[in-house]
Design a protein around this ligand. Structure first.
Ligand code: HEC
Length: 121
């Protein structure tokens, strides 16, 4: 009996290893975008951007995935968008006007710009 038990233990080991590895890989490989998207979502809600913007759908303002696509790889895009987030404006995505958002701190505006540009459309 005892040798049977040790046999079944060794047979079980690979499974445990696989499950463990899968867990580790899920944590290590889960796209960083997920964590960032959660942070972006929180900031968008806190600053009332969600009244007009969704990450993956057009609402009153442009879909933020599309914003990321438009400026992908452009130097200075973070600073430009951070400024626009606080100043508002129109004419880039149509005639609709984004009103100024003076209550958004400069730090939040910059983080928002970075996180929006980090979206993978
Ligand atoms: C009242 C509606 C409204 C609110 C609130 C709003 N936006 Fe906008 N947003 C717009 C519109 C409309 C545009 C398109 C402006 C344009 O075409 O230039 C826009 C454009 C943008 C763009 C793209 C700018 C560009 O030049 O391509 C970003 C980024 C953005 N908004 C982020 C934000 C963030 C972050 C917030 C919250 C702090 C926010 N918006 C709040 C309506 C809004």
């Amino acid at each position: 009996m005892s040798h049977l038990q040790s046999f079944s233990t060794t047979r079980r080991l690979p499974w445990t290893t696989v499950v463990l590895l899968a867990g580790v890989m899920a944590v290590v490989w889960s796209p960083k975008a997920n964590a960032d998207t959660a942070q972006l979502q929180t900031l968008l809600q806190r600053n009332n951007c969600t009244a007009c913007h969704l990450i993956d759908k057009r609402k009153y303002g442009p879909n933020l995935n599309e914003v990321a696509g438009r400026y992908a790889g452009q130097a200075g895009a973070v600073a430009m968008l951070a400024t626009k987030i606080r100043a508002g404006g129109s004419g880039v995505w149509g005639e609709d006007m984004m009103p100024p958002q003076p209550n958004v701190s400069e730090a939040d505006a910059r983080t928002l710009a970075e996180l929006i540009l980090a979206l993978k459309p």
